[in-house]
Design a binder for this molecule. Structure first.
Ligand code: HAM
Length: 425
């Protein structure tokens, strides 16, 4: 039997899959994201699942784990080097520039709900295909833009009823701040560079800041000696960060300053943040983002500042099932037809079609074998009424109706069906 590729999964309307893989839950997560993002003035953008590999090399950074270890890279028949999108920001900025949106009045507010691909070791909350709800606010350098983006993400979790969210906030500063931090890093790490992990040794040459991402045990004693990046912020960066904190306080969004948050993508400047929840599996980062003022220019666009976030829907879906008190809306079927015999099946098809012209949902169970199995299937689909018809009903033009919850049964005239179904039970 074929199986979904390692690290991927299916989302199904019913059946024996994991509860977080149910379509109704995903519809709800997506619907809430769309409604909320639209209420802040964000418009939805959809970009291709693959892009040129170079876009991510330059955007995410060719020393990041995502680019060096996790990208799904392939060549098309024209020998172009392509990559399945590992994240949304680079694609959105590429599309933004390609469509000449930069010529229109800033700021630009875009959101997306799309699959991303990273070749990671699959484990709980970590997949090779995952889905992100993300927003990008392009064209504003103001701390208010950072605060708006963080607020939007925080309110999203609130709407979904996720309790105990912790916002971890940091600043990685502007280019001058990063420059002085980089010198301090080199001073501390160059003398001991032969004791670092091979990955960190190569990063020390190419991109020393990435060393802070290292999980290698041999690096940890040295990482502990590195002073927080906040000590190196330029006056402009300090000011920006201070203002973001004041705004969050005023919006009543609690946060912790966490100087170890540097994020795994190279494009960040100034504010960076992660949203962490305590789950049965420990601390889980369910969303993250920050300001990335240099990226539009890196992609040969104008020098436009930007800020955004991405949040993983798989992780949210799992946390919701463990922690949220919200009732997840499920779709219903108004009439579930169980026809007995060929003639009845023919008639059921016509009656179901008539129901739908009255804005009712109707489903016909074809080829009924055992009535009990048909009933169970209708219950799975959350039928409001079961409608039975056989030869006898056909000859009298009647129907046997059963209310799914009360189990009340009665016989009605076919002509009464629509008015019965449109009357609230
Ligand atoms: P990121 O932190 O790499 O940021 O990913 C955002 C979120 O995607 C994570 O917080 C996590 O919930 C989810 N995620 C990432 N990798 C996986 C995985 N392998 N399996 C399941 N979930 C995963 C970005 O991608 C940036 N583009 C966010 C951003 C937008 N920054 C500015 N604008």
């Amino acid at each position: 039997m074929y199986r979904a590729p390692k690290g991927t999964f299916d989302i199904l309307p019913y059946g024996e899959g994991e509860p977080w893989q149910k379509t109704s839950l995903w519809h709800w997560l997506e619907q809430e994201a769309r409604t909320l993002a639209s209420s802040y003035g964000y418009g939805e953008i959809r970009t291709p699942v693959y892009e040129s590999k170079e876009l991510f090399d330059r955007g995410v950074g060719d020393t990041s784990d995502i680019v060096t270890k996790e990208m799904f890279v392939f060549q098309d028949k024209g020998h172009r080097a392509l990559a399945l999108r590992p994240e949304g920001t680079s694609s959105v900025i590429r599309a933004f520039l390609q469509a000449h949106l930069a010529q229109l009045q800033a700021p630009h507010k875009l959101f997306y709900i799309e699959p991303m691909f990273r070749y990671e070791r699959p484990q709980s909350g970590r997949y090779r295909q995952h889905h992100q709800f993300g927003v990008e606010l392009i064209g504003s350098p103001s701390p208010e833009a950072d605060a708006e983006v963080i607020e939007l993400l925080f309110r999203y979790y609130e709407r979904l009823g996720i309790p105990l969210i912790e916002l971890h906030l940091n600043s990685v500063g502007d280019l001058p701040s990063r420059h002085s931090f980089r010198s301090a890093l080199l001073d501390i790490l160059t003398p001991v560079h032969h004791l670092l992990s091979p990955d960190s040794q190569s990063r020390l040459e190419k991109n020393p800041l990435r060393i802070l991402d290292s999980k290698a045990e041999e690096d940890q004693p040295f990482l502990d000696k590195i002073p927080p990046i906040l000590n190196f912020l330029s006056p402009a960066s300090k000011d920006h960060f201070q203002k973001v904190q004041e705004l969050l306080q005023e919006l009543a969004i609690p946060f912790h300053i966490n100087p170890r948050i540097v994020r795994g993508l190279d494009y960040y400047q100034h504010t960076v943040f992660e949203m962490v929840v305590q789950d049965t599996f420990g601390n889980k980062s369910i969303g993250g983002g920050g300001r990335y003022d240099g990226l539009v220019k890196t992609f040969q666009g104008p020098d436009l500042p930007a800020v955004g976030f991405g949040t993983g829907l798989e992780r949210i879906a799992q946390v919701i099932l463990n922690q949220s008190s919200k009732k997840i809306p499920e779709s219903q079927i108004d009439a579930y037809f169980i026809p007995l015999g060929k003639q009845a099946q023919h008639r059921a098809l016509i009656l179901a079609s008539k129901c739908r012209t009255h804005q009712l949902s109707a489903d016909v169970h074809f080829n009924v074998n055992k009535i009990n199995q048909a009933l169970t299937h209708g219950e799975t689909k959350r039928a409001r009424y079961f409608v039975f018809l056989g030869d006898e009903e056909l000859s009298k033009q009647t129907l046997q109706i059963r209310h799914a919850l009360s189990k009340d049964r009665r016989e009605i005239q076919e002509s009464e069906l629509i008015s019965l179904l449109t009357t609230p039970a």
